[in-house]
Every structure is written in C-alpha cells, then in structure tokens.
Design a protein around this ligand. Structure first.
Ligand code: BGC
Ligand code: NOJ
Length: 807
C-alpha cells in the first residue's frame, strides 16, 4: 500500500493523503537556519543549534501526535480549515504535500478555494519563507480571512520544556508595522531575536497564545480564526506567539500570494537598542524588504532549485530502473546532506535537545557528503579533529555552536579515532587536497597543543596499536560502533546511561569489529604516509595491520563466521558456543572489507552464514538469536526486546558493510539483492508495513524476532545515509574516487544491464557507459583507448572523459 508517489522530474515525493502511518517529514535549510516540516505542516525551526537556538516550539510525545507547527487558518464565511488538514482536521476536497529538495509545498482545497503553502529556507538567508497562495476557483467573489500562526520557543529548547517557574514570566515581544518580534531574554544576555512578518497590510495580529487559542483550547479550536477577528494581543510572559490576520478578497479565478518571513537576527552586543527597551531592527527590516514582492520570493525559490541542481549534479546515473535512479540521483544524496547538517540532533525521533555532533557519526557522514560541498567537509574535518586528545582518543561528541567536546559523555569509544582516517581519506580522494594534512589542528581545542592533521591521523592509528588486549585485538572501551555493546559497564540501576556508566578498566574486553576496521581503514593511513614520502612509517603501519589480521584469524574466527568480541572476563561474544547472540553482523562486514579471510575462503563462509542466519526479506538483522534476557556483562544491547534496535533489529547502517563485503568476494547478485531489500524506494509499496517515509532510510527496521517485523523506526538521521550511498554509487555502480584516478569496478546484479554514470570530480566530468552482464572483471576503454586496469587517471579540470566499461 502507498500513501503517495515519487515525482522524479520534480525531485519530489508527493503525499496524497494526510493519513500516513506517521508524520512524514522534510527538512528546510542546509546552511545555518533549519526547519523540520511534516506533511501536515507540523514541526519547528532553529538557528544552527536545535537545543540552544530554537525559534519555535514543538512538543515531542504529544497527543495528538505532531500537533503544533506553522499553521495557516482560513475562515471562509464561517468555515474554518487549514490547507495541511491539521490542526482543524476539516475534510478537504483535495490534499497534496510535495516534499522536495529543501522545500515543502502543502496544498489543500475546500469550498472553491485552493490554498497552497510553500515553505523553504532560501540560500544564504537565515529565515523560513512561507509563501501562501490563495486561489478562488468559483465564479463568485470570495472574501476570506487568513491567519498565520507560529508559537515561539524561549530559545533554549530544553529549558523551555522544563523551567516554567521562570519562563512563564519572561516572554516579551514587540510589534511594528505588522511585523512581530520575539525578544525574550534580549534585555539581558541575548543579542538575537526572531521576526515574523508578511509582505501585505494586516487587519490585526496576536502575540499572546491564550488570546489566540482561547484558554484551554487545542490548536484545532483556536478562538481567533473561528471568530474571524484578531485581538491585537501583546504577550507579556506566558506564551508568546505570532499570528497575522489578513483580509483577502478574490475575484472569480483570481490568485493572490503572500510571503511570510520567519527570521533569525543578531545584533552587536554594544549596539542592540534603537531606543531604550526597543530592539535595533535594521537586520529584520532588510530581511523583510528582500521579500517584499512575490517576484522576489519566487526568484529566491528558483535560486534554491538551481542550488540543488548543482549540488546533485556531481553524481548521476541513468539505468532505466526508476527506483535505483531516484535513490542515487536524488533521495539518498539528499539524506546525506541532511544527516551531515543535523548529525543526530533533530528529527521526529531525536528531540534536538540531546546529542551534539558525534565524532564517529560525523566522520562517517563525510563519506556521503564530500562530493556535495567539499569546502564544508574540510571545515568539518578540522572541527572533528580538534576534539581529539593527544593519545589519539576523542570526545565522543561535541556541541555544534561551541565546537567543544562534550565533557559529560567524555571519550572511551575505542572505534572513534579510526573513523577520522576514513573521513579524511575520502575527502582527499575526492578533492586532491593533500595540503589539508599540513593544517595545524589543536588537541582538545587547545591551540597551544596543535599538530598537523597528519599527526592527528597517526595518533588515531596508534590509538588502536597502543590499546590492545590479551589476544592482540583492540580493547573496546565503552563501546565500538555498536553503542550498546557495553562490555565494561555492568549497570544494574535503572536510568543509568549505558554509555557513561562504569567503564571498568579491566584491559580485557576486546572488539573483533575494531580489528576489522583497523584492517579496512589502516591501509588509507599507509597510503597517506607513503605519499608523503615516509616509507618507514608506511612500513611500520603495514606491519601493524598484518599483525592485526593475524590476530583476527587466530583469535577472531569462530568456525563459520567472525567472532564479535571478548567480554570483560575473556569470554567469547558472538560465538556458536553462546546461547544467544551467536552471530553478529558487524565483524562479518568489516573484517572482509579489510580483506581478512578473503583468500582462504573464510570470508565466503562468513557471508554464507550471514545469509543463513541473519538475512530476512526486510534486510539483514544485527545478530541472532536475539537476547531474551538482560546480560549485565554485555550492556544495553540486551536491554532491548528481541528484534528491536541493536538486539537483532535490522540496522540499515551496517547492511551496506555486508553488501560491500559481497562485492569484495565478487558476488554481485547478492550485493544487489541485499541493497534492494532496505532501499526505501523499493519498500514504498509496503508502506503500511514499513510505515515511515518511503524516500529516506530509517536507522532500523524491526527484525524477524520482533512483534512488528518490517516496521521502520528512526528515519532520517543515521549513518545509513552515507553508507548506502557509497555502497550503491562506489561499489555496486562501481565509480569510486581513488588517490590518482577514478576507480571503476561495477559489481551489480545482471538485472541492471546497461547504465550511464556521470561523475564530476576535481573539475573534470567522466561519462561512464557500462554494459553489465553481472560480471566482476571489467574492461575499460577511455576516450577510445583500452585502459590497463580499472583506475581512470584524473583529467584536467574542464575536460570530459568518455569511459566505456564491459563487465
Ligand atoms: C541506541 C543507539 C545509540 C545510542 C546513542 C542507544 O540507546 O540504541 O543506537 O547509538 O543510544 O547514545
Ligand atoms: C546510533 C549512533 O548514532 C551511532 O553512533 C552508533 O554507531 C549506532 N547507533 C549503533 O549503536
């Protein structure tokens, strides 16, 4: 069952009913100002930091779900409705929401009036635009009242939800020329304010929520729209909102459009008042003037579209398979941009108040982002590396606004350092910017402790070398990629964080997964050292990698698959000897990506075990059998009911590792089949089972042991986005930037017979035409000449290189 369809030409997902199984959302903004918007208009916006600079309020865990957002109310002769269906839930004659690249258009019609709300954040502007177009489709004149509505958050989203004894007394606004200014706390330590204005004369306004809704009413009973008349209320404490009232007359067939602007502005601290108690508003006036006409608004919208054209232009495929093309060309790349911007902060599953930027998460997000805006990737790399400690370990998270490491969480996640090497390597392969390695980057944000980025990578590499356990395998610390495998935690108190409690330093608990990472990622460090002429360092690193691989073969192999870990007591985790959790997905993927067991057939055996034990039609589960009891020595993973999350859920993040592993051992059919299982466009037809957005990946799909097998949770913000994008673009379609050229090694099922990839990298365009019969040994012809090998040397910027591939 579907609740909409893709419009590939427009790069939109078109939702045709308000009654989806869950709010299906989109993101606005990709620089500093961001909004989340559901298909019925719910959501909120913020400037840079979803916790500390929240402009509008949103209530998670609310009933009804997804209540509150930017609501436009229409009173048409006493009939009150909203184009997004909510909050009034007045039946509409037609409803359609189009989620596109950085914008959402919600259109509803009722009683001969069509109302269309286009929401977007223009390029380089710190504001959300709400363009409301009303069309009279009858043959009589219509006089309607239109009301806007947003509810302000008092900036700090967490405090806003908890500190009522203070907050209910501090709300302040100003109203000037029809624009509403939110200035809570501006009189003291804030130098920022919000404005909500409109480019038309208003008949009235409201800024006090109780006046607008009527005390005790829900959004659906809002008093002012029902009365058809604003009260010109001025908030003082309690709950500041912004609502404009427009009286609109429409001749038969006439359309009129209004631009509402919800902006964020800052003033210099020593020049923030226009008059005593009156905010300096030059910035806001300029912003509103910029959107004074509809032409200007539409021109900004065109600029946004052009921006996305150019962003998405550096990797495109034409395969004749709609679902494959739309994942690669549009939606997977789009999700990579969103996860890069948000990290794991703000979605409909992450409140924006919790996590900052993850060291591991952001490093992996780089993989799917470097080709989109390389300059921003560069900056991010420096930010991430600046939160590293001198021994190579790292703060697990940092705050986006301050860029400082998060002390509460601290460090001790022993996989973290290696991800940085992978991110930097991806960036350099994409850009050729080897100079980044000479950038001086602080440790722990302390400029007096700065070293070159290359030195940071060395410390990353050596962190694993210097932190091994009894079997010569890496110590796991608090956890590795799997945040829930907490072998040193031993938590028995409800509510304790598994990630920050305990961490006994037994020096025993080891991770085979980190060993696999070291084997897979270590060679990137070797390559960099060699390119810098440091052969001795390269040889030393190679030796360390060989030792690690040997340790895995000796102590990390269970007979039919790779072990997962050794626990605090030195017992095996992920072994046929265990009752539950016998086989885990992560080491099967990464050890094989690191080349372990490829030659002696263990890799194929491990992947066959994955298929037998872990695969389902909805994707590959994380482990099997699921844990049925809580194991204090294993931690959070055993706290989840069977089939959910890390306890045998389908993690869409690590399915790609198995897919890549299948390509490593040359099994294109399986790789292709596994990729399709979890790709959202391929799951669209079972939306009633999957339940979340069919245009983006979710972190998890409930596994085979779950009550609701196949149901997705936690959509949008997940490393799944990057890993699936590089899997399909670099390994299946097989176009992968390398150090000296574009490596072209397709490995995709024969179902995708002929396809063309257009890839722009380092300023040159490569047009790659592939004739595929599902083979694994490609032969290449470049500009008419047969090529030895599979790496097409990078061409001069500006050139177009024609590549034909037969495989
Ligand atoms: C989740 C993990 C997540 C971790 C972050 C856990 O509860 O299961 O997926 O990475 O929290 O702190
Ligand atoms: C989500 C976290 O953001 C990520 O860092 C972690 O690797 C996965 N969960 C698995 O636990």
């Amino acid at each position: 069952m579907q609740f909409g369809h893709f419009d590939d030409e427009a790069r939109e997902y078109v939702i045709t009913t308000p009654h989806t199984p869950y709010p299906w959302i989109n993101y606005l903004g990709s620089q500093e100002f961001f909004g989340l918007v559901s298909h019925t208009g719910g959501g909120y916006c913020f400037y840079r930091d979803a916790k500390l600079r929240r402009l509008t309020r949103y209530r998670y865990n609310n009933v009804p779900v997804d209540d509150g957002g930017r609501y436009f109310s229409i009173n048409d002769g006493g009939d009150v409705w909203s184009p997004g269906y909510r909050p009034y839930k007045t039946e509409l004659d037609s409803f359609e929401t189009r989620h596109g690249m950085g914008y959402t258009r919600i259109t509803g019609a009722r009683g001969g009036l069509t109302a269309s709300v286009l929401l977007f954040v223009p390029v380089d502007v710190n504001a959300e635009i709400h363009r409301v177009e009303l069309t009279n489709t009858t043959d009589a004149r219509k006089d309607v009242d239109l009301f806007s509505f947003v509810e302000f958050a008092l900036w700090n989203a967490e405090d806003d939800q908890t500190n009522y004894q203070r907050n209910l007394s501090i709300g302040e606004v100003e109203v000037e020329d029809g624009a509403i200014f939110h200035k809570t706390e501006y009189r003291e330590r804030r130098d920022h304010y919000a404005v909500y204005g409109v480019n038309a004369p208003i008949a009235g306004f409201d800024t006090d929520r109780d006046t607008f809704l009527g005390f005790g009413n829900g959004f659906d009973e809002a008093a002012v729209p029902h009365a058809g008349q604003s009260q010109n209320s001025v908030a003082s404490g309690w709950y500041p909102i912004a609502s404009h009232h427009l009286e609109v007359s429409l001749e038969p067939g006439e359309s009129r459009a209004f631009t509402f602007v919800l902006g964020y502005l800052e003033n210099p601290r020593d020049d923030k008042w226009e008059a005593p108690g009156v905010i300096r508003k030059d910035g806001a006036r300029e912003l509103l003037a910029r959107f004074a006409t509809d032409e200007a608004t539409l021109a900004e919208f065109d600029r946004l579209t052009a921006h996305w054209d150019s962003l998405l232009g550096s990797y495109t495929v034409e395969s004749g398979h709609d679902k494959l093309d739309r994942m690669v060309n549009t939606w997977n790349q789009y999700q990579c941009m969103v996860t890069y911007n948000m990290s794991r902060s703000a979605s409909f599953f992450e409140t924006g108040m919790g996590r900052g930027m993850g060291f591991r998460d952001s490093s992996q997000d780089l993989l799917g982002f470097v080709h989109l805006v390389p300059e921003r990737a560069r900056e991010r790399i420096i930010d991430i590396a600046s939160t590293q400690f001198e021994d190579g370990s790292a703060y697990h998270q940092y705050q986006p606004l301050t860029k400082r490491g998060n002390h509460t969480l601290g460090s001790g996640f022993n996989d973290d350092p290696l991800w940085l090497i992978l991110g930097v390597a991806a960036y350099i392969k994409e850009t050729g910017d080897f100079a980044i390695l000479d950038e001086q980057v602080p440790f722990d944000n302390d400029e007096s402790k700065a070293e070159s980025l290359m030195e940071h990578l060395k410390r990353s590499f050596d962190f694993t070398v210097n932190n091994k356990g009894p079997h010569g395998l890496p110590l796991i610390g608090r956890a590795d990629w799997n945040d829930c495998l907490n072998l040193n935690c031993f938590s028995t108190e409800p509510g304790e964080s598994f990630q920050t409690t305990g961490n006994r330093t037994g020096g025993v608990a080891e991770s085979v997964f980190i060993a696999g990472m070291f084997a897979a990622i270590g060679p990137e460090y070797v390559a960099l050292a060699r390119r810098r002429g440091d052969d001795a360092e390269a040889a030393r690193a190679e030796q360390a990698i060989e030792e690690m691989k040997a340790a895995v073969l000796e102590h990390g192999w269970d007979g039919d698959w790779f072990l997962r870990a050794y626990d605090y007591f030195g017992n095996k985790v992920g072994s046929a000897e265990n009752t539950d959790g016998q086989i885990w997905i992560e080491p099967q993927g990464f050890c094989i990506m690191g080349g372990i067991g490829v030659e002696d057939g263990r890799a194929a055996r491990a992947l066959d075990s994955v298929r037998e034990r872990l695969n389902t039609p909805h994707g590959i589960v994380l482990l099997n059998p699921p844990y049925r009891e809580y194991h204090v020595e294993l931690g959070e993973v055993t706290s989840y009911p069977p089939g959910y999350k890390e306890n045998a859920g389908i993690f869409c993040h690590n399915n790609p590792w198995v897919i890549i592993a299948e390509t490593v051992i040359g099994r294109p059919e399986r790789a292709w089949e596994y990729w399709k299982q979890i790709a959202p466009a391929y799951r669209e037809e079972q939306s009633e089972v999957h339940r979340l957005e069919p245009y983006v990946y979710a972190q998890m799909i409930a596994g085979k042991d779950a009550v609701r097998h196949g149901e997705a949770k936690n959509s949008w913000l997940t490393g799944t986005a990057s890993w699936n994008f590089i899997t399909v673009s670099q390994y299946l379609l097989g176009v992968r930037p390398d150090w000296d050229g574009l490596r072209i090694e397709p490995c995709i099922g024969a179902e995708v017979s002929d396809y063309t990839v257009r890839r722009t990298v380092r300023g040159a365009e490569y047009v790659i035409r592939v004739a595929n019969s599902g083979g694994t040994e490609p032969s290449l012809v470049v500009d008419g000449r047969p090529l030895d090998g599979t790496v097409v040397p990078y061409a001069e910027p500006g050139s177009v290189v024609e590549v034909s591939v037969t495989v």
